[in-house]
Design a protein around this ligand. Sequence first.
Ligand SMILES: O=C(CO)COP(=O)(O)O
Length: 248
Amino acid sequence: MRTPIIAGNWKMNKTIVETKAFLDEIKDFAVDGVEAVLCVPYTDLAIVKENIGDYIKIGSQNIHWAETGAFTGEISPLMLKELRVEYAIIGHSERREMFGETDETVNKRVHAAFKHGITPIVCVGEKLEEREAGKTKEIVKKQTIAAIKDLASEQVKQLVIAYEPIWAIGTGKSSTAEDANEVIGFIRQVIADQYDQQVANEVRVQYGGSVKPENISTYLNQPEIDGALVGGASLDPTSFKSLVEGGK
Ligand SMILES: O=C(CO)COP(=O)(O)O
């Protein structure tokens, strides 16, 4: 059985003061049988570490492959480890589209995360024109294979993949649950072909793109969908709690 995982991706939102107010609202919150993660800006990691209990896990929004060095603007796995970061989003479409992230750098970051005991949440997903050209599966297959290149089976089993169709992010246009389920089932098949069915059965694959408390259960009711990666709707504490409850 795969444990559902609901992760909030705050993107570039919330100052320390705003983060503290959010954390005050989720004290003592926990839902049995659902894993919850908050992927916050780097400047909020320390305050989250100091003010969060054991239930909600801390995530970053990226991770560099080197431990130290001349990489202005990047973040090292060692720095994240000190802040009790357990998850790192890697290859989000906003990083791929706006900041030059490639399939190769995604793979380097994935290896670095595993080396330091941080679980990658690898994002894959097609653009609107790719979907319209019938290329969804081709794109997610290419991105998935590149991201997991040279990983051991035991590492792949721990991996989290987020299928986020780019046209559904922040647009209010969500993929239908059936459609997301089909693509996620396909991603699992790609992993089975690269490794084996047992490995594929253990990988958790989330859906992301305009998930809200009102629609989360339609996704989580699908057999292949193991959780959600949520942007906008994770910023409000009441909404975040409903999302995690929706993971049941
Ligand atoms: O990009 C996303 C999560 O990583 C999805 O964002 P929204 O939930 O705001 O559409």
